[in-house]
Design a protein. Structure first.
Length: 172
């Protein structure tokens, strides 16, 4: 009798395993059938004229948006180039203004020519160094601003949020 119960347990265990295998096999087949059906529905169903027209309009809108972005980028590049060229004139302009002021002042104060030329050379060299420093600072600040603007121009897509989530965030 003990042998009979032992045999029943062994058969029950192996039978249980067989049942589990059958269920797993059925689940796998059902999953395969569902995924294949889903794919077949999308592939086999032809697109309607309205869907084709919508896709065409979307493609046209995307192309127009890309052209607009390219034009804006080209305008931005031209503006940056124009500003760089203007910044290059800072040093010569500064030197000319300081030199003119020094020359006129020394002429009105009746400096002798040799002494006036020596002082003018010193003043022009110092003004050239100061002008170069000012130009360098302007260019550095402009480069920082350009990187900040380009960073701000990037848009991070976070997807669509539920209105309840947005309200919860606003209310804290």
């Amino acid at each position: 009798m003990a042998d009979d119960t032992r045999d029943d347990r062994i058969q029950g265990e192996s039978g249980g395993r067989a049942d589990d295998r059958d269920r797993a096999g059925e689940n796998a087949e059902a999953n395969r059938d569902n995924s294949q059906t889903h794919i077949e529905v999308d592939v086999s169903r032809p697109k309607t004229a309205k869907e084709r027209e919508e896709e065409k309009l979307l493609r046209i809108a995307e192309l127009e948006e890309e052209k607009r972005r390219q034009k804006e980028e080209e305008k931005r590049r031209q503006e940056l180039y124009r500003r760089r060229r203007k910044r290059r004139l800072i040093t010569p302009g500064f030197v000319l203004v300081v030199g003119a002021i020094a020359s006129i002042t020394m002429f009105l104060m009746k400096f002798e020519n040799k002494r006036m030329l020596i002082w003018l050379l010193v003043i022009l060299l110092v003004s050239w160094m100061i002008g170069s420093l000012i130009q360098y600072m302007f260019e550095r600040f402009a480069a920082e601003n350009e990187t900040n603007v380009s960073d701000e121009g990037e848009v991070i897509n976070r997807g669509l949020a539920n209105s309840e989530d947005v309200k919860a965030e606003e209310n804290g």
